[in-house]
Design a protein around this ligand. Structure first.
Ligand code: ADE
Length: 225
């Protein structure tokens, strides 16, 4: 899978993909993240990407021309099939959406800034709008990194058995059960006996019950779905 991220702040996206699982996914050739600087697609001599809003009001709006130049380049040269716009008024991001996106081979993610992007881009060039939650970030970059991380780790081969996504929270509408590691006792705080019993079927049953209990307590809405 190739994830193309379109931004006016490419520096913000250098670190999230340079470590750990996302770095290894790229080294293994399973995923690739390509960051595009929107200014490179501006045709004016100042490389402008924003302008005043028609009708007045505070705040700048990202211009249609550089965005469309960039998206057309990505479709033509890279066969991009899905163009996602990160915005707080988009559809709420979920594990289900991450699962769907992990099946694509080429996606583009456009990061908004200022007061947003010219509405004509949203109407005619964007295929999906995603919000990562009901709060407003300074720009779409961190949100794009969140979505890319959640999607790339689901690509077959990215995670090994030990970190398998199948046991993640949300994967079956259940939160993950509690986990423990050595020592079995710390200042009188003990690990549940069942986990050191070696009885695998009982451990699995315990984990399932704990997952259900935790979901009932913290996210009963997930059990209704
Ligand atoms: N850009 C700014 N805030 C955002 C949010 N909550 N989700 C996605 N993109 C955003």
């Amino acid at each position: 899978m190739i994830v193309h991220i379109v931004t006016v702040l490419p520096e913000l996206l250098e670190s999230p993909f340079a470590h750990s699982i996302l770095k290894r996914a790229q080294q293994k050739g399973l995923a690739s993240v390509v960051v595009h600087n929107l200014r490179d697609f501006s045709s004016d001599k100042h490389k402008s990407v924003d302008d005043y809003a028609f009708g007045g009001g505070a705040g700048m709006v990202m211009m249609i021309e550089p965005i469309v130049n960039c998206l057309e380049f990505l479709k033509k040269e890279h066969g991009v099939e899905e163009v996602i716009y990160m915005t707080p008024d988009g559809e709420r991001f979920s594990q289900n959406m991450a699962n769907q996106l992990s099946l694509k081979t080429n996606i583009a993610i456009l990061c908004g800034h200022y007061k947003g992007i010219d509405e004509r881009v949203r109407e005619h060039f964007i295929t999906r709008e995603i919000s990562i939650g009901d709060y407003v970030l300074s720009g779409g970059e961190l949100a794009a990194a969140v979505v890319s991380d959640a999607v790339i780790r689901l690509i077959p081969g990215v995670l090994n058995d030990e970190t398998s996504a199948l046991t993640d929270s949300f994967q079956d509408n259940l939160l993950a059960p509690p986990v423990y590691t050595r020592p079995a006792e710390f200042r009188g705080l003990k690990v549940p006996d069942i986990l050191i019993s070696g009885n695998t079927p009982k451990i699995e049953k315990w984990r399932f019950e704990k997952a259900v209990e935790r979901t009932k307590q913290r996210r009963p809405d997930l059990l209704d779905e």
